[in-house]
Every structure is written in structure tokens, then in C-alpha cells.
Design a protein around this ligand. Structure first.
Ligand code: HEM
Length: 414
């Protein structure tokens, strides 16, 4: 049973996500109540809260008992809505397998190698854009635009639209952390409008690529044959939106939180900067563990079952707190330390093992590697110069702002 103190905690209350002691609270949950029934809030029905690595991984792997088709958000939206917003993220086999097959190849290491130079170009351009200034906001000038440019280029969206697509993606995922409400609309409605605007943009792109396919990912998706059929225009639109929303804020948060962590552990940064290539594979994995850009996802029990002796009923929501699992002291030695050489590192930042394991993990790894490589090369003395402003969200562990300074460089970046 949770201690009296834990009983007073609401993990869905925005105020909790503004607290600076949340790591300590999750530590208590792991120790005292790792499988805890979180009571109803005013707007969200109660759910099982899983904070240990073991259960988060186990539930992620057992898709038959803990399904995604009833939604993966902590909120209780209708199934039709969660499919329109999350596409395959909110499906199970066989539908999920059918859709994932279409894009799997494009994200495999071999295909990623083919676009490696495009990713590196984007990294250099992003750094080049601020190199002469001497100061910038790492979050908004570097960490966020870079993954937008990469995924938009892969998908084939014209560069004149990238800024707007980024805005829509930030708003779509910002319902619980950003002040996006307008005079007439609630923040949830504004976020929903942004999701649909991305879907519609993807639909238009699909129609144009069906007439004239190009060498881009949206053409691959729009023209793919699945079991003898093509996807509907709406399905392609959802795919487009999912790839943008899943690929942008996440990688941006890994880069922003990663840079902040490197400034808090300067010895680790020095080691990496001195021997970049050797440390890169473990460093990038550790940055994702440390940053844990996606704070949670959810499953729903499809039958009565149990987890470590705790009875779970059919229909119960089960929330996987990756942020806590990645600090589980029974799995990670000294979990609050950034250890760029950490190995093995069974971090769950890309989700637990299983069918929904992040499609874009290889892409994200290459993006993080490329960005830090060129950052250290062109702005070697870049440092944090002011307070970080965290995004107060229970879903994306992002940064709104991270001021930094460096010796201006007019060296040609190529
Ligand atoms: C550091 C960056 C990233 C992190 C931390 C991250 C995290 C995650 C997590 C936790 C899941 C699991 C969802 C679940 O189990 O229900 C997931 C799934 C997914 N991710 Fe990522 N992601 C990242 C980058 C990307 C990128 C660059 C893309 C590219 C487009 C992407 C596309 C997806 C998609 C499409 C899914 C759904 C997969 C499925 O349902 O089969 N992600 N991601």
C-alpha cells in the first residue's frame, strides 16, 4: 500500500509536473507502491500506475493481455478518435502489423544509411544558422527545428511548410503543458484541431504523390500495396501526422535535455568531446535514458490478470511511466548520474520491448549523433548560459527554453 504521502499525489495534475522533487516521488513509488491504483481525477478515470522497469517492460511485450487498440493516452478518448489521432500506435495485430509493414523498411538501419548524409546536412545547416550569433536558445533554435527538418525532408513536405508543420506538431502534443487555449476554444480543442490539420496536410500530399510519385516517404506510403489494397487517403493522412508528431517533439526533447545533462556532467561531456566516435553509441543511448522524452504511454487489460500478485481487472487502464522505469535503481547503477559509457543500458525511452517499440529509434539515434558531432566540431565551447525552462507536461519531457552562448564562428560549415 502507498504511504500516506503518496496517497495525496496526483500524477495527472499539471501541478505535479511543475514540482522539482518528482524524481524523489517516483523513487518512493518504485519502493513502496510500484503497482498502484491511481484514483479518478475530475477529468481522467483511475488507472494502474506502473513505475518499475520490470512491469513496464513486461506489459509492453504482452500485447494480448495489455492492448493498445483501446487507446494509449492516459485520457479516456473514444476509440474512433484515438485511431484518427494515433493510427497504428493505437492498434493491435493484425491491423497494426499490416500498417507497420508499410513503413518498417524505410526505418531499418540499411535505409537509414542511405539518408545519413541528408541527416548530417540538416545538422550542419541548423548549426550554421546560429553559428555567427554567439548566443541562442538551444531548445528553440537547435533542438526543435533540426528533427522537424529531417522528418519533413524524409516525408517530402516542401521546406516552405516546415515551420508551420512544426507549429502544428507542438500544439498537437501540447494540450497538457502549453498555454494554447484561445478565447473560444479549450486547449484540448486547439490541440485536436492541430492534429486534424496535420492529417489533412498529409491527405493533400498523398493525393498529389499518387498523381506524381517522387523519391520520398509519403510516396512510398501513398502507393504501397497492403494485402492487395492501397491505404485510403485518410489512412495516409494519419500516417503522415503520426510520423511528424512522434518524431519531432521526442527527438527535440532528447537533444535539449541531453545538452542540459552534458552541462550538468561536464566531465562526461569532456570525455565525449575528446573521443566522439568511440563513445557515441553508448552516449546516445544514455542520453535517451537520461532525457526520457516520452514520459508515459498506456495500455488496457483485455482480461482479468495479475502483475506481481496484484489483481488487474479486464478493462483497467495501465500506465507505463518510462520516466520512472529509466531511473529504476534495481536495473541501473547510480541512475541519476549521466554515464555516457553505460553498458549494458536496457533503457526504455523508446518503449518496452514488443510490437510498438519505437519505429524511429534508428533515425533518432542518427539524429542525436549527427547533431552533437557537428555541435562539438563547430561550436566546441558552447555552454548553457541561463536557466532551463521545462515544458510542464506529463507526456513530453521537453524544454521550452535553454539559453546558451559560444564563441561566434564564421567558419564555413560544410
Ligand atoms: C528520442 C526520440 C524518440 C523517442 C524517445 C521515442 C519514443 C517512443 C516510444 C516510447 C514509443 C512506444 C509507444 C508504445 O509502446 O505505445 C514510440 C513509438 C513510435 N515512434 Fe518513437 N520516439 C522517438 C523518435 C521517433 C522518431 C524520430 C520517429 C520517426 C518518425 C518515431 C516514430 C514512432 C512511431 C511511428 C511509433 C509507433 C510505433 C508503433 O505503434 O508500432 N519516433 N516512440
Amino acid at each position: 500500500m502507498p504511504s500516506a504521502h503518496l496517497d495525496t499525489i496526483s500524477l495527472v495534475d499539471p501541478a505535479f509536473w511543475r514540482r522539482t522533487d518528482r524524481d524523489q516521488i517516483f523513487e518512493q513509488f518504485r519502493r513502496l507502491a510500484p503497482i498502484w491504483w491511481h484514483p479518478d481525477s475530475d477529468t481522467i478515470k483511475g488507472f494502474w500506475s506502473l513505475t518499475r522497469h520490470a512491469e513496464v517492460d513486461l506489459v509492453s511485450r504482452d500485447w494480448k493481455t495489455f492492448c493498445s487498440r483501446l487507446g494509449t493516452a492516459i485520457t479516456d478518448e473514444p476509440v474512433e478518435l484515438s485511431r484518427a489521432l494515433g493510427g497504428m500506435l493505437n492498434m493491435d495485430a493484425p491491423e497494426h502489423v499490416r500498417l507497420r509493414k508499410i513503413v518498417n523498411n524505410a526505418f531499418k538501419p540499411k535505409s537509414m544509411q542511405a539518408i545519413a548524409s541528408g541527416i548530417e546536412d540538416c545538422a550542419r545547416q541548423t548549426i550554421s544558422a546560429i553559428a555567427e550569433q554567439g548566443e541562442c536558445d538551444f531548445a528553440t533554435d537547435i533542438a526543435q527545428p533540426f528533427p522537424v527538418n529531417v522528418i519533413c525532408q524524409m516525408l517530402g513536405a516542401p521546406s516552405s511548410d516546415w515551420r508551420e508543420l512544426h507549429r502544428l506538431s507542438t500544439v498537437a502534443l501540447g494540450a497538457d503543458g502549453l498555454d494554447i487555449a484561445t478565447g473560444e476554444e479549450t486547449r484540448e480543442q486547439v490541440a485536436l484541431d492541430a492534429f486534424y490539420a496535420l492529417n489533412h496536410y498529409g491527405e493533400d500530399l498523398c493525393k498529389s504523390r499518387r498523381k506524381q510519385p517522387r523519391d520520398d516517404l509519403i510516396s512510398t506510403i501513398a502507393t504501397a500495396q497492403v494485402d492487395g489494397d492501397r491505404l485510403s487517403v485518410e489512412e495516409v493522412g494519419v500516417f503522415f501526422q503520426l510520423l511528424i508528431t512522434a518524431g519531432v517533439e521526442t527527438t527535440g526533447s532528447a537533444l535539449g535535455q541531453g545538452f542540459l545533462a552534458l552541462s550538468q556532467f561536464p566531465g562526461e561531456r569532456r570525455l565525449w568531446q575528446d573521443d566522439f566516435e568511440r563513445l557515441a553509441p553508448t552516449a546516445v543511448e544514455e542520453i535517451v535514458r537520461y532525457a526520457t522524452p516520452v514520459i508515459h504511454f498506456r495500455r488496457t487489460a483485455t482480461r482479468d490478470t495479475e502483475l506481481d500478485g496484484v489483481a488487474i481487472s479486464e478493462g483497467d487502464k495501465v500506465v507505463l511511466w518510462y520516466l520512472s522505469a529509466n531511473r529504476d535503481e534495481s536495473v541501473f547503477v547510480d541512475p541519476f548520474r549521466l554515464d555516457l559509457a553505460r553498458h549494458p543500458n536496457p533503457q526504455l525511452g523508446y518503449g518496452g520491448g514488443g510490437r510498438h517499440f519505437c519505429l524511429g529509434a534508428n533515425l533518432a539515434r542518427m539524429e542525436i549523433t549527427a547533431l552533437f558531432k557537428y555541435l562539438f566540431e563547430y561550436l566546441p565551447d558552447i555552454e548553457v548560459s541561463g536557466d532551463a525552462t521545462p515544458l510542464p507536461s506529463r507526456f513530453v519531457n521537453g524544454l521550452l527554453s535553454l539559453p546558451c552562448r559560444y564563441t561566434p564562428s564564421s567558419r564555413k560549415i560544410q
